[in-house]
Design a protein around this ligand. Sequence first.
Ligand SMILES: NC(=O)C1=CN([C@@H]2O[C@H](COP(=O)(O)OP(=O)(O)OC[C@H]3O[C@@H](n4cnc5c(N)ncnc54)[C@H](O)[C@@H]3O)[C@@H](O)[C@H]2O)C=CC1
Ligand SMILES: O=C(O)C(=O)CO
Length: 378
Amino acid sequence: MAKPISIEVWNPSGKYRVVSTKPMPGTRWIHLLTDQDCRVEICTEKKTILSVEDILALIGERCDGVIGQLTEDWGEVLFSALRRAGGTAFSNMAVGYNNVDVKAANKYGIAVGNTPGVLTETTAELAASLSLAAARRIVEADQFMRAGLYDGWLPHLFVGNLLRGQTVGVIGAGRIGSAYARMMIEGFKMNLIYYDLYQATRLEKFVTAYGEFLQANGEQAVTWKRAATVEDVLSEADVISLHPVLDKTTYHLINKERLSIMKKEAVLVNASRGPVIDEAALVEHLKANPMFRVGLDVFEEEPFMKPGLAELKNAVVVPHIASASKWTREGMATLAALNVLGKIKGYPVWSDPNRIDSFLDEKTVPPPAAPSITNHLL
Ligand SMILES: NC(=O)C1=CN([C@@H]2O[C@H](COP(=O)(O)OP(=O)(O)OC[C@H]3O[C@@H](n4cnc5c(N)ncnc54)[C@H](O)[C@@H]3O)[C@@H](O)[C@H]2O)C=CC1
Ligand SMILES: O=C(O)C(=O)CO
C-alpha cells in the first residue's frame, strides 16, 4: 500500500477540495480559497520533488483543483486522475509551464493556469545580478577573501569587464527579457541587440526615448537593434541573457557551435530554463575559455549540475531563485490559487495576463476572474 502523504487542512467543511502540492508563501492565498467555501489541503511532506505517485495519492478520490509546482510532471497520468476525481482546474505556481502537457490537460478538460507578471521584475533583477556577479567576478573574489588570501591591493587582482557602453544581447525579449534589457540599458548605458520571434515594440521605443534623453543631456545615445538571427546576437553582444520559453524551438538553443561564435570574454546568463543551454557543451567551453563567464540560475537536469561545472571559477551558479522575493512569491501563490478558484467558480479568464495588479492588492477583494489560464478552457 502507498505510504500516506502528510497534509495540513484548512476549512475542513469547505465544499470544494483544493490541493496544494507544497506549502506556499503567505496566507492570503489560503484565505482567498477558504472564504469561497474551499477546503484547502497542503502537502507537508519533507521530500522536495514529489513523484507522480505522491501526487496521485494527494488527488485521491475527489478533488476539484490542484496548485502544483514546476518540478512536477503534469501529464496524462495526473490529468486523467484529476478528471476522475471530478477536478477541472490546475495551476502551476510559475509562469513557465514546460512541465505541463497541455494537450493531455485539454483532453481531460482541465484548465491550466500560470503566474505571469508578478515575477517579471524580480526575475530580471536576478538576471542583472548574475550579469554583474559574472562580469565583475564577485563570487570568486568573495571566496578569495574568505580563504584569507587577500594580502593587499594589486593592479591585476580580479580584473573583470566594464559594462558601460558595451552591448547587451537578449534572446527572448518578452516580459522578463524586456525588463532585464531596460535595467541594463538604463543602469549601465549599454546598447541593445535582441532576438525574438516577435518585435519588442515597447522596448524599442524605450531605448529610442532613453537615447534621446541621454543625448539631450550631452551623453552618448544608447541604441537598439532587432537581430535577424540568434547568431547575430551571440557574435555582437558582450553580455547575453536568455529569456525565452522552453519548447522544442529553444531546446539547446545555445550549443557547441553557437558558443564558439561568442566573444572570448563574453558573459552568458541563463534565468529561463536549463535545457535552453547544452550544459555539457557549456562546461567544455568554460574550460577552454577561462575569460568567458556565465551566471546560471537554472540547470539542464535540476537539481543536478553537469560534471565539472561546480569546479569552474568562471561560472556563478545559484539554485533557481530568480523569482525569490517575498512579494513575488506571495503574489505567485495568490495568482495560482485564483486561477484554480476561477475555474471552480466558473469565472471568466482575466482579459490581460500582463496586467494582474488588481489581483495582488491585499486591501481589496480580487476581481471575479481567473488571472491567467493558458489553454483557454474557461
Ligand atoms: N529562473 C526563474 O526562476 C524563472 C524563469 N522563468 C522562465 O522565463 C520564461 C519567460 O517568461 P516571461 O518573460 O514571463 O514570458 P514571455 O512569454 O513574456 O516571454 C517569452 C519570450 O520568448 C520568446 N520566444 C519564444 N520562442 C522563441 C525562440 N525560439 N527564440 C527566441 N525567442 C523566443 C517569445 O516570443 C516571448 O517574447 C518562462 O517561460 C520561464 O521558463 C520565468 C520566471 C522565473
Ligand atoms: O515562474 C517560473 O517559471 C519559475 O521558474 C519560477 O518562478
